[in-house]
Every structure is written in structure tokens, then in C-alpha cells.
Design a protein around this ligand. Structure first.
Ligand code: NIG
Ligand code: FE
Length: 445
């Protein structure tokens, strides 16, 4: 039988992790299973995967001008990061030292956000974009090929739309999905004028809908109420936008229930979400996105973070939200929430490693949550998130032979080769030379 010629083969993977599952996402007990093909291989044609199988099967059926020998290493789908705030100014490292040493009274979360807002408003377009491109380079080298990026540090119409335009204009081999974060926290200058703030957020939506497919609202005791979020989200939906929710991060504001009611693509954080809220999300098919980098960085492993708690032999409280969400039957994804405050790490590898340690999840659960389920959170599981014929060739060859090692080890970059839409964009952990990033029409300020 004549062999079929394709662009590229990858052969000799010790394990080829397909991360296959239903397009609506993987839930419950199924999360604990994962398909690993021993001595795996795949064929790539153009931007897509033509075939997946064992090295013997693929070599018998396909030839290609380029054959990548995985040399007994692990091959997986690349990682999908469905929550970040990519564009921001300034740094919050000083606030963080003060927090961990308890040198000064703790800065409330919304205070930290407002500090970043000030720094972001001061930053030029060019500075914001250049920093974002550098961050995208790092994320790509760590194995992420699709990233959701929210605004949220402008906090008024023109500034938020500026961030959205800059985000939508980014050109990089790591694909960016922009989200308009219409409601984050109330800015200082609108204190006592909540209605006026909602009005200006509503007024920004028509322009935002031209630039982004998603609108996000923060439903949380320190952010906005259920009713405020519902009003803005419904207006965004009427303009054709899909909905995401920052939900119940610092207390139960019924954000999970709102996400379900709005049939949001995803609701994220959820530390204080009620069981009813998590079950409603499971029924509605809204993806529950958990953010272990935030859990770690905000020191949320203990019920209280003060001298007394540290001095006592108090047993650490391991966040239970992951288990509660699994029991509720939700489709769960993991993400960075990359931002300068609550999670300054851009690495999905770090997220995977923290999820095991903090949430006590199995390796299979974590891989499913960072690939196919994360693609569900961005409504692209038809095209991404698993290694299957017809799907986009977004692939990582790791420097280790088995998938558990990516999670068991921590603190080093284990991604060796990254392929995005069939193109090698990272080799030996470094950007391939033609993967240079650009921004479309970056206006100089
Ligand atoms: O973690 N309610 C939103 N909280 C943000 C905080 C970002 C920051 O600390 O700047 C979040 O998504
Ligand atoms: Fe966030």
C-alpha cells in the first residue's frame, strides 16, 4: 500500500498523551483516566494533525520530509491558559513582601488592584505591548499556545478600551483571545457613584464587542453585586458577546449561580462558591476554572494568615474547592490568572505542579484540566486541547519521558519543543528564530 505523504512526523514518544474526551469536557470519575499511547507517534499536515498512533502504525502509513525523533520523551497537547490579565503597568513585589512579613497592615486586594490601575494608566502603549510580548515569549517557552487575556486595569471606558485594542492587536505565535473585563473593581473616582460607573461600563460595550468575543464581570463581595453583574453581562450578551465571570473569590456573592444562569463559558476562582452554585454550573455546562497560583500566592492555604495561625500547630486547610467542584459534576479547568498581584507567575507548568500539592489532584485530573477542559473554557474544544486527527497541531515534546514527571518535578521548565498550528515555535526550550513577536500598529506614546 502506498504511503501518504504529510509535512511532518513525530515518532518514538515514550508516551503520547492524547487527552481525548467529549467535546463538552471531562467530568467526575472520567477525569481520573487519561489515554497514553506507548511508543506513540503522530502525523502533521499543514496546521492540523493527520493521524495519531504507535510509531509502527504511523511509520507504516505516512512519510514526511521532516521526521522529529522524540527520543523516548513525552509528547502531549500544548497547554491552554484560559484566564490572565496580560497588560498591566508596574510591579507589586513590595506589597507582597509587606504581606508575607506582616510588616504593615495587609493591603486589601482591591487596594492592590487600584495601585496597578494607576501604574497601567501611566504606562505608554508601547511599554504595555512590549512587556506583554515578552511575557508571551515566556509562556510559549513553557508550553502554552493559547491564552485568554483580559483587560481590567483601566477601570474607565477609554482606558479599558485602550487595553482591549492593544490586546487584540498583539501578533505572536502564542494565540491570544481577548476579553473585555467590564466590571473589575470600583475605581476611587467613582466612590459612592456606582450607578454612574455601571453606565460608563455599559457605554463601552458596543466598541468592546467589536474587539472581543468575551465580556467578563467580577461577582464578588469586594467587586460587584449579582444584580450589577447580571445587568452588564446581559447587555454584553445582547451585543453578541459570550460571558465569563470572576466569581466568589473572597466570599460567596452567588457568582457561580450567576454564571450558570447566564450560561457563561466559564466562571473562575470560586473559592467561596456554594455547592448549589457549583452544581448549577455543572448543569449549565459553564466551566469551573480554578487558580492554584492565586491560592498559593495569596497565602490562602491556611484559614487565617496571621501570627497566631503561624505560631500554632494549626493544621493547614487545603483548599477543598477542587474536590467540591468534581463532586458537583462540573467541567473543571486550571489556569494561571497571570497578573502582577494575585498571581505573578505566567507558567501553566507551575499551575499543574501547584494543583497537585494544594488541591490534591491526580496527574490525570490535572492534565485533563489544562488541556481539553481548558479548551472548553474558551469554547475551542472542537479544534484544540487533545491530540486527535483533524485537531490543530498544538503539541509539546517534553524533556521527561512520562506525564507524571511534569507535575512531580517543579521549578524548572520541562518543555523542550513547542509546535503551534503545525509550526515549530520553541526548540530546546528557546524561541525558534522565526517566532519573533510583533504587534500590529503599536501606537507610540
Ligand atoms: O485575581 N477580583 C479580581 N481579582 C483579581 C486580582 C488581580 C490583582 O491582584 O491585581 C484576580 O483575578
Ligand atoms: Fe483574574
Amino acid at each position: 500500500m502506498a504511503k501518504c505523504n504529510v509535512d511532518r512526523l513525530i515518532v518514538n514518544a515514550n508516551e503520547l498523551l492524547t487527552c481525548r474526551g467529549p467535546q463538552e469536557g471531562i467530568r467526575g470519575a472520567a477525569l481520573r483516566k487519561i489515554e497514553a499511547i506507548a511508543d506513540g507517534a503522530l502525523a502533521i499536515q499543514g496546521e492540523h494533525i493527520a493521524a495519531v498512533g504507535t510509531s509502527a502504525e504511523i511509520s507504516a502509513q505516512y512519510t514526511a520530509p521532516e521526521v522529529i525523533d522524540a527520543g523516548g520523551r513525552l509528547v502531549t497537547p500544548s497547554l491552554v491558559d484560559s484566564h490572565s490579565h496580560l497588560l498591566y503597568g508596574g510591579t507589586r513585589h513590595e506589597e507582597y513582601e509587606a504581606k508575607v512579613t506582616q510588616r504593615t497592615p495587609a493591603m486589601p486586594l482591591d487596594g492592590g488592584i487600584r495601585y496597578t490601575v494607576r501604574k497601567t494608566r501611566e504606562a505608554s502603549d508601547r511599554a504595555l505591548v512590549e512587556q506583554a510580548l515578552r511575557d508571551l515569549d515566556v509562556m510559549l517557552c513553557h508550553g502554552t499556545t493559547l491564552l485568554e487575556a483580559k483587560t481590567g486595569y483601566g477601570l474607565e471606558r477609554e482606558q479599558e478600551l485602550r487595553l482591549l485594542r492593544l490586546t487584540a492587536g498583539l501578533r505572536h505565535p502564542l494565540q491570544v483571545v481577548p476579553t473585555f473585563l467590564a466590571l473589575h473593581v470600583l475605581p476611587q473616582e467613582y466612590a459612592g457613584r456606582r450607578r454612574a460607573y455601571l453606565e460608563q461600563a455599559l457605554a463601552a460595550l458596543p466598541e468592546a464587542a467589536r474587539l472581543a468575543a468575551y465580556c467578563d464581570v467580577s461577582c464578588d463581595p469586594i467587586c460587584f453585586t449579582y444584580d450589577e453583574c447580571e445587568e452588564v453581562a446581559r447587555a454584553a450578551h445582547a451585543l453578541g458577546m459570550k460571558i465569563r465571570v470572576h466569581a466568589d473569590q473572597t466570599g460567596d456573592a452567588r457568582g457561580a449561580l450567576l454564571a450558570a444562569r447566564l450560561q457563561a463559558s466559564a466562571a473562575d476562582h470560586l473559592d467561596y462558591a456554594s455547592d448549589d452554585g457549583l452544581r448549577a454550573m455543572a448543569d449549565a455546562g459553564s466551566v469551573a476554572t480554578l487558580l492554584p497560583g492565586v491560592t498559593l500566592h495569596m497565602c490562602e492555604m491556611t484559614p487565617r494568615f496571621d501570627g497566631a495561625a503561624l505560631a500554632s500547630a494549626e493544621k493547614p486547610f487545603m483548599p477543598l474547592v477542587a474536590r467540591r467542584a468534581i463532586e458537583a459534576g462540573a467541567v473543571i479547568a486550571l489556569s494561571t490568572d497571570y497578573n502582577p498581584g494575585s498571581c505573578p507567575s505566567p507558567s501553566m507548568q507551575m499551575v499543574m505542579q501547584l494543583a497537585a500539592r494544594l488541591y490534591r489532584l491526580s496527574y490525570a485530573e490535572i492534565w485533563n484540566m489544562c488541556t481539553l477542559n481548558a479548551a472548553c473554557a474558551l469554547d475551542v474544544s472542537r479544534d484544540r486541547g487533545s491530540l486527535e486527527p483533524g485537531k490543530r497541531a498544538d503539541i509539546v515534546i517534553w524533556s521527561v519521558p512520562v506525564h507524571g514527571m511534569v507535575i512531580n518535578r517543579f521549578g524548572v521548565n520541562l518543555a523542550d519543543t513547542v509546535i503551534a498550528s503545525g509550526r515549530i515555535v520553541v526548540q530546546h526550550g528557546r524561541l525558534a528564530s522565526e517566532s519573533r513577536s510583533t504587534a500590529k500598529e503599536v501606537p507610540c506614546q
